[in-house]
Design a protein around this ligand. Structure first.
Ligand code: PLP
Length: 386
C-alpha cells in the first residue's frame, strides 16, 4: 500500500496499513526487530534508526498503521494506554487548565487527580453529555479538553464536533479517548478532535494478550511535541508487542462487526429481562444521545452496562460469579466475553461519592460482549440471572 492510501476502503486499510512486504526478504509480515541499537555508517549517519527508544522499525510500521486507520497524519505508540495519556498531559505546564469528563476510565481520573494535579495542572470535571456544560469553564488558561465517547462504563456519548468547536474557541486541544469505539466505528479527527487516544490493549489488539497505548494526530507541530515526550519519557512499547497490535488490526473490522452484532442482541435480551432495571447501550433508539452516536459512529459497539432491580451487592456477586462462558475480569475488547463490577474493579480508584454523583452505582455491571455465538452468551446470562 502506498502512502497515498486515503482512497482505499476500510477493510483494505485494516489489512495493509503500515505493512509492506520486507524489502530484503519479501516476508509478508513485518519482522519483529528485537534490537535495542543500530549500526551507524559513521557517527550520526544511520539508516533512519539509532536507538530503539527513539525509533524501531516494527514500532514505525505500527505507528503508520495507527495513523492510517484513524484518518490521521501521525501515530505514536506507547507502553500502555495510560502512558499515552501521561504523554498528552506532559504537553502542559503548571497553571494550565484541563476540562475533563466526569464519566471516564478510572485510571485516567487517577492519573489526573492523584498524580498530575500535584504538579500544578488544574483539572475541572464536567458532565459532557451536554457540551454546553463546558462553556462556563473556558478561559485563557484552558489548554486541553479531555473526553471519552462512548464512556466507560455508562456508555454516555459526547458530541465530538460540538466540543471541538468549544476547544477551538480558546485555542485548546481536544483529546478523545476512542478506545470503546475503535477506529473502525469512529474517527474523532474527522469531527475536529486534535488528538485521538487508544488503549490498544482492548479492541486493536483484540486477543487480551498485550498492553499498549496509541495517539494519533494531524498537526505536525503537535506530533513533534508528542514525539519529543515519547522519546524523552521513554514509555515505548517493545517490538514484539507492536507486532501483536499490527496483527490485531488486520482483523479489527471483522471482529468489530461481530462484537456489534452480538452486543445488539444482548442489549435487547437484557432490556427485556424481568430482573434487569436498566441497560446502557448507545444503539437503543431511545438512548438520550442516539442521534449524536449515529452521526459520529458507524455502528454502536459491543460494550454495555446494566443494573438489576435487586441491586444488592450479594445479587451482583451471585450474577458475576455464575456465568460460565463470560469471565469475571477487568479489561475489554477481546474476542472472549468479560463481565466486570466497576465499583470494585475498574473504577475502584474513583471516590464512592464522586462515582455515585456521576451515575455509576454500586450495582452496575459492565459487559464486554465477545465474538462467541450470541445464543450461547444469552443462555449463559439467562442462567446467571436465574
Ligand atoms: C483500558 C483503558 C485505558 C487505559 O489503557 P491501558 O492500556 O490499560 O493502560 C484508557 N482508556 C480506556 C477507555 C480504557 O478502557
Amino acid at each position: 500500500m502506498t502512502d497515498d492510501n486515503t482512497h482505499y476502503k476500510v477493510a483494505t486499510k485494516m489489512i495493509h496499513a503500515g505493512v509492506e512486504p520486507d524489502a530484503e526478504t519479501g516476508a509478508i509480515m513485518t519482522p519483529i526487530y528485537q534490537t535495542s541499537t543500530f549500526k551507524q555508517q559513521s557517527p550520526g549517519v544511520t539508516k533512519g534508526y539509532d536507538y530503539s527508544r527513539a525509533g524501531n522499525p516494527t514500532r514505525a510500521a505500527l505507528e503508520k498503521a495507527l495513523a492510517t486507520i484513524e484518518n490521521g497524519n501521525y501515530g505514536l505508540a506507547f507502553s500502555s494506554g495510560v502512558a499515552a495519556t501521561d504523554a498528552v498531559i506532559k504537553l502542559l505546564s503548571p497553571g494550565d487548565e484541563v476540562i475533563a469528563a466526569t464519566d471516564m476510565y478510572g485510571g485516567t481520573y487517577r492519573l489526573f487527580a492523584q498524580l498530575f494535579a500535584k504538579f500544578g495542572i488544574v483539572f475541572h470535571y464536567v458532565d459532557m453529555k451536554d457540551a454546553e456544560n463546558i462553556r462556563p469553564l473556558l478561559n485563557a488558561k484552558t489548554k486541553l479538553i479531555w473526553t471519552e465517547t462512548p464512556t466507560n462504563p455508562l456508555i454516555n456519548i459526547t458530541d465530538i464536533e460540538a466540543v471541538s468547536k468549544l476547544a477551538k474557541s480558546v485555542g485548546a486541544w481536544l483529546c478523545v479517548d476512542n478506545t470503546f469505539a475503535s477506529p473502525y466505528l469512529q474517527n474523532p479527527l474527522n469531527f475536529g478532535a486534535d488528538i485521538v487516544l487508544h488503549s490498544a490493549t482492548k479492541y486493536l489488539g483484540g486477543h487480551s494478550d498485550v498492553v499498549l497505548g496509541a495517539l494519533v494526530v494531524n498537526d505536525k507541530d503537535l506530533f513533534d511535541q508528542l514525539y519529543f515526550i515519547q522519546k524523552s519519557s521513554g514509555a515505548i512499547p517493545g517490538p514484539q508487542d507492536c507486532f501483536l497490535i499490527l496483527r490485531g488490526i488486520k482483523t479489527l473490522h471483522v471482529r468489530m462487526d461481530r462484537h456489534c452484532e452480538n452486543g445488539e442482541k444482548i442489549a435487547h435480551f437484557l432490556r427485556n429481562h424481568p430482573k434487569v432495571a436498566v441497560v446502557h447501550w448507545c444503539g437503543f433508539e431511545d438512548h438520550p444521545a442516539y442521534a449524536i452516536a449515529k452521526k459520529q459512529m458507524r455502528k454502536f459497539g459491543g460494550m454495555l452496562s446494566f443494573e438489576l432491580k435487586n441491586g444488592s451487592i450479594e445479587e451482583v456477586d451471585r450474577v458475576v460469579t455464575s456465568t460460565k462462558i463470560i469471565t469475571l475480569a477487568e479489561s475489554l475488547g477481546g474476542v472472549e466475553s468479560l463481565i466486570n463490577h466497576p465499583a470494585r474493579m475498574t473504577h475502584a480508584s474513583i471516590p464512592r461519592e464522586e462515582r455515585i454523583k456521576n451515575g455509576l452505582n454500586d450495582s452496575l455491571m459492565r459487559l464486554s460482549v465477545g465474538i462467541e455465538d450470541a445464543d450461547d452468551l444469552i443462555e449463559d446470562l439467562k442462567q446467571a440471572l436465574g
